[in-house]
Design a protein around this ligand. Sequence first.
Ligand SMILES: [Zn+2]
Ligand SMILES: [Zn+2]
Length: 198
Amino acid sequence: MPGERWARIWQVIDQLVTAVREQQISCAGCQQTFARKDMKPLTDLPQYNTWLGLLQWFCSDCQAKQRALHLYQGVYQRENRVVAAQVRRAVLKGNPATLTLDQWLATLDHYQGRCAYCLNAPYEALEHFVPVEYGGGTTAANCVPACKACNSAKGVRLPHEIQESSRSPAAIARVSQYLMSQQPARPLDGMPTDGMPI
Ligand SMILES: [Zn+2]
Ligand SMILES: [Zn+2]
């Protein structure tokens, strides 16, 4: 009977698929073995988007780790560019320019990736508390994350000039206090507290 033959063929295919899904393979991340059905290649991430990437399967824990790492590297590279551009900008003006990527990431972490002024909107721009145009440096003691609205509300003005603007005096005082805490505790002899221009 042809019907029976097809039933047999489907049964064999089904067994094969199950065998492949249950096959124990080792995770490309932690090297432990898991059933293939619980694992995945990560070809959606650029570093695994290759033929080799198709052969590298990850357990669910390692999938999450690889994705977190990718996200972190993206942030790291992007903020590295932001800091480099702002350091260059201060150097060209002859202002202090000592902000390091680590310092900037610590400040972003302090504000949990949000605007230092409204503490609400996500960070969109590195903001100089004292504008570069007024001699403000790209330093840990002068840079905070700001949203576009708060950044442009301030514009090229000194902190005391914007007391009555959209940013409350309380917010300015809070940011100022944070920045004071970023001043080097004991400046080296002959060094201004804000650091020297590079
Ligand atoms: Zn793993
Ligand atoms: Zn804001």
